[in-house]
Design a protein around this ligand. Sequence first.
Ligand code: PAF
Length: 284
Amino acid sequence: MKIFNNREAIHHYLDDLRSAGKSIGFVPTMGALHAGHLSLIEAARGKTDIVVCSIFVNPTQFNDKKDLENYPRPIEEDLQKLRAFNCDVLFLPEVDEMYNSSEFWKIELGNLDKILEGKIRPGHYQGVTQIVKKLFDTVKPDYAFFGQKDYQQIMVIAHMVNKLKIRVKLVICPIIREDDGLAMSSRNVYLLPGQRKQALALYKSLTLAQELFKTESLKQIKEKVNAFLRSCPGIETEYFEIFNARTFEPITSKRATTMIALVAARIGKIRIIDNMYLNKENLY
Ligand code: PAF
């Protein structure tokens, strides 16, 4: 695996491969890689000639300084995993390679950064789009691979790609879960054993919503799932919503083509998010 820390160097290296007719698949990450990330590397391997991963803990998308400082950075283990999964190229920049001290970024995201995660984490999606734009400009991928777990993030990136007419195709890959259903996340390492068990409530709330969806109205589903979440010890629900998976707007009737249930909760100081399609396995 070739490792680059410098934007220009990776850009030129990939330009040469592109000129030789190779397609480029890109998996942007913040490291602390788990099976979910590795499934993205595998998906990129299956679809493109050259697989590029980036590891960069992006400061502009953290609202909380402590959260940024504490974010796990197990770089040696990450390198081993990427090598084992035959990643071709890793981009591993330092912060000052990606940012000047006086940078300003603002993109119009419509409602996307005012609802759900956008509302709870103000500025988060501005930071995500700021870095993803820079990474796309550097790597110029044909395809970029993202996990369904951060569904709103994909909607935001798709919005930016459309708005700025970036020539990249986005691929959404299914959520990878632990055996008991917990969605894999780099933040799961923060959960104490008791909290780890409590966190399963999110997965259970989504499977309950999927089951109820067969017979109940949207209003009834929301009432019953929220009641279930209230009954779960240690869970402080932030939202449970059912959205149109294409438009990412709340739905009022079951007529929308593809519907997705999204949930977020706090377990102690740790935030957990998850989602599940209700009426179709996968949109893409
Ligand atoms: O999903 C993530 O890991 C990050 O938000 C991303 C897309 C790598 C941007 O920093």
